[in-house]
Design a protein around this ligand. Sequence first.
Ligand SMILES: Nc1nc2c(c(=O)[nH]1)N[C@H]1C(S)=C(S)[C@@H](COP(=O)(O)OP(=O)(O)OC[C@H]3O[C@@H](n4cnc5c(=O)[nH]c(N)nc54)[C@H](O)[C@@H]3O)O[C@H]1N2
Ligand SMILES: Nc1nc2c(c(=O)[nH]1)N[C@H]1C(S)=C(S)[C@@H](COP(=O)(O)OP(=O)(O)OC[C@H]3O[C@@H](n4cnc5c(=O)[nH]c(N)nc54)[C@H](O)[C@@H]3O)O[C@H]1N2
Ligand code: SF4
Ligand SMILES: [Mo]
Length: 662
Amino acid sequence: MVKSVCGYCGVGCGIEFEEDKLLGDLAYPVNEGKLCSKGISELISIQTPSRLLRPHQRKNINDEYKVVSWDETISTIAEKIKSTSKEKIGIYLSGQLLTEDYYIANKLGKGFIGTNNVDTNSRTCMSSAVSAHKKAFGIDYVPVRMEDVHHADLLILAGANTAEAHVVFHNRIKRAKKAGLKIVVIDPRFTDTAKIADLHLPLKPNSDIDFFNLVSKRIIDENLVDEEFVLSHVNNYELLKNKFKRIPTTKMLKRTGLTKEQFEQFWTLYKNSPNIISAWTMGLNQSSQGVDKNLALINTHLLSGKIFTKGNGPFSLTGQPNAMGGREVGGLSTMLAVHLGFDKEAIKKVSQFWNTKNIDTKPGLTATQMMEAKLDVLIICHTDPIYHLPNRNKMEKLIKEIPLVVEINAYENSETAQFAHIRLPAAPWGEKEGTQTNLDRTITKQEKLTRTSIDCKPDWEIFQLIAQQLGFKNAFNFKNPQEIFEEYQEMTKLNPHLNMYDISYKDVGNKPFIWGEDIRKNKKFFTKDKKANLHFVENKLLSEKANLKYPFILLTGRTRDQWHSGTKTNLPKTLLKFKDLDFCEIHPKNAKALNIKDDDVIKISSIRGEIISKVLISDKIRIDTIFVPVSNREINYLTNDLYDKESLQPDYNHSAVKIEKV
Ligand SMILES: Nc1nc2c(c(=O)[nH]1)N[C@H]1C(S)=C(S)[C@@H](COP(=O)(O)OP(=O)(O)OC[C@H]3O[C@@H](n4cnc5c(=O)[nH]c(N)nc54)[C@H](O)[C@@H]3O)O[C@H]1N2
Ligand SMILES: Nc1nc2c(c(=O)[nH]1)N[C@H]1C(S)=C(S)[C@@H](COP(=O)(O)OP(=O)(O)OC[C@H]3O[C@@H](n4cnc5c(=O)[nH]c(N)nc54)[C@H](O)[C@@H]3O)O[C@H]1N2
Ligand code: SF4
Ligand SMILES: [Mo]
């Protein structure tokens, strides 16, 4: 029997592999033996015919790919990098990479090629939370653990559909509910998660800042501020209090679309709950004011002092299995490495550690900026930007202008593959090993369960081959993931709150390690004066608005059995069973007005593009709002490439669209 960990979502469930079967690990505290449909079937996805098994190359994207050798592709890539100025090179990574893969790619890009244009799809996912954590706490830190739900009286889920996106955590929430936990779901859609809620608040898309500001105001007005905590641990209280004196509460409530009764019902629950967790995911992060939405929510916890104690705190739920690990390594272009930025001191420390003089002093391009930056080389690994970036028609045009696009993928049917010149076959989950950090800072190990397909390589090894070909043999001479992990552990000593240096690579598979528990115990913030910051934020109504021509707002989100573009989950139904994907939820009143019925085929269009879908009439969706699952691969032809100005995360959830019967 081999113990490993699921490679899909941020819950990070423990798995046991025995005689070709996967079972939930009963002894593993995160999931206590449970797995969802994706985790259970992960072995099937290794064996599908759509695996990419050989390196491919072509001169022009209109040509057919030809099978070539690793030597040939790696030297083509290295030659091109050598002849390109560093600011024209981009490396586009993924929150699904293992920590060791991330470490090598980051070291190569930022440390040796000398470009900080190393970013990740986490930009589209967690970057608003990262920015808000840093502004509020001085550090990118999640101060809550999943087990805290057993100590909370109230769990607020804002823009988070745990029933489909964090399935096994959702089971735990259900258990906590049986023992008395109250649940409020704040979501324009009556999601599967809302089914277990004591109160569902179907607020209007993008009015969360108004909502959480109203909560903060009531905390202040009704003297529920934890004065002692605020005095010793929090900045800007007086400023916020003064600002809140003048906010237009009636207008704000109106913007949320909630009635006074709904808000009061919420408030009664809220003020009578000693311990409160507010969890959120894409409904808050993916917004033109994603950072501000996060800050508005965090304010409520800083004011009430409901943080750093059992069953309390603001809880950003990471989506991908190792988005958190990627943030720790430094996989965002706005960070250098190990939670260090680009100040002189940090660059000096990292240069010394890596023994390099090549580090550039300014932050690099974000993933959401790379396509527009007229790059000459773009290396994409473990993610599918043409599928996932907003305003796809524009992105397709832009990627066609990049002279060398390299795609490293374990499957051959990504959308980006149509635009790449070189494709390199990676070894997927099950064929490789390494570590990952789940959504509550638990570091665990994926184990190799079957042999690696002959011509496939783990992602770290592919980046190491490029590094060696570029002449950086001394710095990239790792024999296995353990050696990489150990160098990374040494590096975390540059920023000791990342206390992974205490653990051993060999042990972490059996004994998962939770970093940063001291931070929580000692109520430590990492700003200059060691106090958390309140921020006054307002809803600036920056998102695209519905209008006469495009009268609906499009929401997008997950379905339980599918993983994004579906290379691993949208398999022939003979291999896997799953819910139908081709649907667009429409409110009965809107359907009636448009004269459309269930299963009718419709064209959904925005000013940027169009898609075809089947109708699913549902009163679970707000009127004038529609929902299409993200695993409809075409979804981003519709979405808006408007970004949060600080995090540069896309505003995926608020695009104006129209519907026509075809
Ligand atoms: N409209 C809309 N768009 C969105 C979102 C949304 O909510 N709405 N969400 C955004 C968010 S939060 C995210 S995280 C992104 C996700 O978007 P993507 O990251 O593009 O989606 P995935 O399908 O997970 O892509 C993972 C890729 O890695 C490949 N792969 C699998 N295993 C391996 C391996 O071991 N090595 C390598 N090299 N490749 C491998 C898979 O075949 C697949 O092509 O989408 C973003 N886009
Ligand atoms: N099955 C499955 N699970 C996954 C994934 C997957 O592809 N499949 N992907 C993983 C990843 S990478 C991520 S990031 C997570 C995402 O996890 P979630 O964010 O929980 O998943 P989504 O379905 O995107 O849910 C976002 C919710 O926000 C709501 N929403 C939209 N706009 C607003 C708004 O303005 N305010 C509020 N309050 N709510 C709003 C939507 O209606 C939707 O229900 O899931 C992870 N888990
Ligand atoms: S909940 Fe997430 S980590 Fe657990 S089995 Fe399902 S996909 Fe895997
Ligand atoms: Mo994500």
